[in-house]
Ligand binder design. Structure first.
Ligand code: NI
Ligand code: MN
Length: 232
């Protein structure tokens, strides 16, 4: 087996692409109006689009990108219905605690403590995150916008290679709770997201990186928008 490494690209804020075995998985595609974005929504590839919750900085450009690429959009039942009503043709509804096998691997929706109303005020169901067990053997946890939850302790049994965690405080976990999350999840590596996009979520990311490496005994990779990371 000579599996291609999994390539993770950070697009700024909470937007991430994962390339695995030739599949392009785009999560929370927020480009238009994202102060950290360096590319246009028309420039991004996607075979699958995952949406963690209904807020505008996560649904973002999902409709436009799905229409252009024909990607299958995976989210909770309520968000998937809303996207279908906005002209997205290929959707798959999941809900908290449920997963399904897709061409790239298994994808399960996980608990997030947050809100999920959609940009037009529609009900967006419960917010979530995603646990991805990719076909090439790597496991990635995308927490979504969430508080620290003790349920994260269950993820320690999943041998998470990469945990993508919000760290910016104010709307989600801040540095102290993100470190506790890393201690519960015990991933090999953490990719911090959802910080420094706006003044409300400004933090010292280098200080967090140093503290998390030491206090949670994990690797911490800090990416600039459009930088990539190969999951070892
Ligand atoms: Ni949110
Ligand atoms: Mn958010």
């Amino acid at each position: 087996m000579s599996a291609q490494p999994v390539k993770v690209t950070f697009h700024g804020h909470a937007t991430v692409s994962i390339e695995s075995d030739g599949h392009n998985i785009l999560i929370d595609p927020f480009f238009t109006g994202n102060p950290m974005a360096k590319i246009e929504p028309s420039e991004v590839d996607a075979d699958f689009i995952l949406v963690s919750h209904g807020h505008g900085d996560h649904v973002g450009d999902a409709v436009a990108i799905a229409k252009r690429t024909g990607a299958l959009v995976i989210s909770n039942f309520e968000i998937v219905n809303w996207l279908a009503n906005h002209g997205v043709e290929k959707t798959h509804p999941l809900h908290i605690g449920g997963g399904n096998t897709f061409p790239f691997g298994y994808c399960k929706m996980t608990i997030a403590h947050h809100g999920s109303s959609l940009p037009d005020g529609s009900y967006g169901g419960n917010p979530g995150g995603f646990l991805l067990k990719l076909n090439n053997g790597k496991t990635i946890y995308f927490a979504g916008d969430t508080a620290l939850t003790y349920d994260m302790k269950f993820l320690a049994e999943e041998n998470v290679d990469l945990a993508i965690l919000p760290v910016g405080d104010n709307f989600t976990m801040g540095p102290d709770d993100a470190i506790k999350a890393a201690q519960l999840i015990k991933p090999v590596t953490v990719l911090p997201i959802h910080y420094n996009t706006w003044p409300y979520i400004e933090i010292d990311i280098q200080a967090l990186q140093q503290r998390m490496i030491k206090e949670a005994e994990v690797g911490v990779i800090v990416l600039e928008p459009e930088e990539t990371y190969l999951v070892p």
